[in-house]
Design a protein around this ligand. Structure first.
Ligand SMILES: *[C@@H]1O[C@H](CO)[C@@H](O)[C@H](O)[C@H]1NC(C)=O
Ligand SMILES: *[C@@H]1O[C@H](CO)[C@@H](O)[C@H](O)[C@H]1NC(C)=O
Ligand SMILES: *[C@@H]1O[C@H](CO)[C@@H](O)[C@H](O)[C@H]1NC(C)=O
Length: 330
């Protein structure tokens, strides 16, 4: 943030049409001409080296979703290896993450009908690469939670999209990371039938969203855990049995739960009784340990901003315990 005035000329050419802005642009011309001489001058970090993409290869991933705001300042940065920015881009976060050796990646979402057209894919991917470069980011997390049926054009187009995105990013941004979010089980959860092995081969790893596991209850709906232990782990065995290398799987943990209003606990219940299901440090810790014993790539969570970072003494202790639980205990 040391020279904010220099950020202006960078933005103008990016956003296309210069016609309406010719007159206001003129005073900036000397600055524009200077730019090539001042490599890194537009980097928003105090240390321009922090605008370089990361090249380290962590042994164990701790993959964090950030949904905006400033609570990221209270994350446990000693563990984080990647932050996926699902909120607004925050250059301060980018500089901070890079200083801590953590990658910062874009959110990628696109309509599956559009990507059947290879030309559309190419231009979409070029846009994402440009955006990542402009924002000094280290890759993209593709989060397409749309229905796909097997043997459809969308099915193959999705695999192609991931392959082409990974190829473009890896080529254009050295050390960059391309990942893809999948449901908790490979059994067509919520009609998302994807080519899991093809997608896993194509990208750096899959983020497995091991939560919302009651979404497929078609019979009587009875309150239950968001991410039951056995069901969660069995689904990893399913992914691995398909031929996906455990090193391509990051376990996504829920840092949120569900509050069910009991319908018939007693005759006059009227919403007074609730069942609340959530993961606590103990259940998180058991799952994190599984990632280690099975040789998975790492852990992560939806989302890092769910915890209470207010600084209140009890909250502070509980928040610390949630972060600590990510460290596998062997
Ligand atoms: C997938 O197939 C089902 C059943 O044939 C159909 O109802 C649904 O609309 C299809 N979904 C998509 C996205 O094509
Ligand atoms: C999945 O994708 C791979 C790589 O593109 C391809 O070789 C394989 O045939 C696909 N599998 C199915 C079932 O379409
Ligand atoms: C979970 O799996 C273990 C080992 O297969 C089994 O012993 C245990 O009873 C299961 N627990 C539940 C709640 O299903």
């Amino acid at each position: 943030m040391s020279r904010p005035s220099l950020r202006l000329p960078r933005v103008l050419p990016q956003h296309g049409s210069s016609t309406p802005g010719i007159a206001p642009l003129l005073p900036l011309l000397p600055l524009l001409l200077l730019l090539p001489l001042q490599a890194g001058a537009t980097c928003p970090c105090q240390d321009p080296a922090l605008c370089q993409p990361l090249r380290n290869r962590p042994n164990f991933e701790v993959f964090v979703f950030d949904v905006g705001g400033k609570t990221w300042k209270s994350y446990d940065w000693s563990q984080i290896t990647t932050v996926a920015l699902f909120g607004k881009y925050d250059s301060e976060l980018m500089c901070y993450a890079h200083a801590k050796g953590a990658r910062v990646v874009l959110k990628g979402d696109v309509s599956l009908q559009d990507i059947i057209d290879p030309n559309f894919r190419t231009s979409w991917i070029a846009q994402q690469v440009d955006l990542a470069k402009t924002q000094y980011m280290d890759g993209i997390n593709i989060d397409i939670e749309q229905e796909v049926n097997c043997s459809t054009p969308e099915y193959d187009a999705l695999t192609a999209l991931v392959q082409e995105t990974a190829d473009a990013f890896h080529h254009e941004i050295e050390g960059s990371q391309v990942t893809f979010d999948v449901a908790w089980s490979p059994k067509c959860i919520d009609r998302r039938c994807y080519n899991y092995t093809g997608i896993a081969d194509a990208c750096d790893f899959l983020f497995v969203m091991s939560y919302d596991e009651q979404s497929q209850v078609w019979s009587e709906c009875v309150a239950a855990a968001n991410a039951p232990y056995n069901q969660t782990l069995t689904a990893y065995d399913d992914y691995i049995k398909m031929g996906i290398n455990p090193k391509k799987l990051v376990m996504g943990l829920p840092w949120y739960g569900y509050d069910y209003t009991c319908l018939t606990l007693s005759e006059d219940s009227a919403g007074h009784f609730h069942q609340v299901w959530y993961d606590n440090p103990k259940s998180i810790s058991l799952k994190a340990t599984y990632t280690q014993t099975q040789g998975l790539r790492g852990v992560g969570m939806w989302n890092a901003d769910c915890l209470d970072y207010s600084g209140d003494a009890t909250a502070k202790q509980q928040t610390e315990e949630m972060w600590k639980a990510l460290k596998p205990k062997l």
